[in-house]
Ligand binder design. Structure first.
Ligand code: GN1
Ligand code: MG
Length: 364
């Protein structure tokens, strides 16, 4: 891992005396550090430009939406500094610093006394995560969608993800395809799920909204004292998209009984109480903004995105681990397996999930 040196730190408008720089193992894409100064703490990240090809467009999205949320929260009388990430510019007033090796760095004020969970057992915490996604979508409802750049084209184009999977399978760059026949079969037999959301969007039946696109639970900060969710972080993939992918991705990760890379698949299933708690929190905020077609597809969205992410992990395993960072052998395959186990479990619980959504939606 490339750690930020003095020269990099000195480029940012950090205040006080530097005390420490510690890596934070978070996410599979960027490299993240907690940088402590005697006057404040910051999050410093090296942007993975293999994934985010245009870091300036990325930062333009982030600056736009964080300022929007900040101003709105302030006018609503909330503490805006804990309600959104805030960019720390460089000493030259830029949102990014490009180092001598061509790496891009960016910084945020660190939000202290709050935690991002990889797993929850307590439905009320997960309810809070649902509330904050609902609030996030509502706060951005009036954000001019045309200002947003598509940081990763076709990010949640599930049929395209399927095509990419088939290509990776044909190329078999890693020569691993023979070791994961069952997983490959799993994906191929579920192609029917892939076009559902994209078709609804293309037919104009569900609207394009400002969406987060990576709403997993560990991108939600929960206040240590109040146990309330305060904000959603990791804004790299905020783009025009469907609210369904955001709801579904939250369920994929947070309503799971186990971590995303659990090896013991007997431990992996969707916890119905968690699903219900999240749906309740989310719908309490957005029920009135969602269309009927959106509400009718919330349960299905969890299956679709879980299949999509599983497919992406398996694609990367077949490609030879070129996209997601891995920390052990077959890590992407383990991740793909947990996703497929969740898909199977959700399929068996689908009718109950639909019933929960209908019951919950009728409350609001
Ligand atoms: C990646 O940045 P990070 O690690 O939170 C990925 C998401 C996946 C997620 C799976 C830009 O998110 O799409 O859902 O891993 N982000 C990108 O955990 O590809
Ligand atoms: Mg991300």
């Amino acid at each position: 891992m490339i750690t930020p040196n003095e020269k990099i730190l000195s480029q940012f408008a950090f205040s006080g005396k530097h005390i420490s720089t510690e890596p934070i193992i978070a996410g599979h894409i960027n490299n993240t550090f907690l940088v402590t100064y005697d006057k404040a703490k910051y999050t410093l990240q090296r942007i993975n430009t293999n994934v985010f090809k245009d870091p300036y467009k990325l930062m333009s999205n982030i600056q736009g939406i964080t300022k929007h949320i900040y101003n709105k929260m302030k006018s609503l009388g909330n503490d805006p500094e804990r309600a959104t990430l805030r960019v720390v510019e460089t000493i030259n007033g830029q949102p990014l610093f490009k180092d001598e090796d061509g790496h891009f760095w960016r910084a945020y004020y660190y939000i202290d006394d709050a935690k991002a969970y990889d797993i929850v057992e307590n439905p009320s915490l997960f309810y809070e995560a649902g509330v904050i996604l609902g609030k996030f979508q509502k706060l951005l409802e009036d954000y001019p969608i045309d200002l947003l750049h598509e940081t990763i084209p076709d990010f949640h184009n599930t049929p395209k993800r399927f095509e990419n999977f088939v290509k990776a399978l044909e190329q078999n760059a890693s020569r691993r395809a023979h070791e994961c026949k069952e997983e490959i079969e799993f994906v191929l037999s579920r192609e029917k799920y892939c076009p559902i959301i994209v078709n609804l969007m293309n037919e104009g039946r569900i609207p394009k909204r400002v969406t987060h696109n990576d709403t997993k639970l560990n991108n939600v900060l929960i206040d240590n004292k109040t146990n309330k969710a305060i904000c959603i972080v990791d804004l790299d993939t905020v783009m025009p998209g469907s609210a369904l992918y955001d709801f579904g991705d939250s369920i994929r990760f947070g309503a799971s009984s186990a971590l995303e890379d659990e090896k013991d698949l007997d431990k992996v299933y969707m916890v119905t109480e968690l699903f219900e708690a999240y749906a309740d929190g989310y719908l309490s905020q957005v029920k009135s903004s969602l269309t009927k077609d959106e509400i009718d597809n919330l349960a299905m969205s969890a299956i679709i995105i879980t299949l999509e992410i599983g497919m992406r992990f398996l694609t990367d395993h077949l490609d030879g681990d070129v996209y997601f960072q891995i920390h052990r052998e077959n890590h992407n395959l383990d991740r793909a397996r947990t996703q497929f186990k969740l898909v199977e479990d959700m399929e068996s619980k689908y009718d109950e999930m639909v019933e929960i959504i209908n019951r919950t939606a009728s409350k609001y």
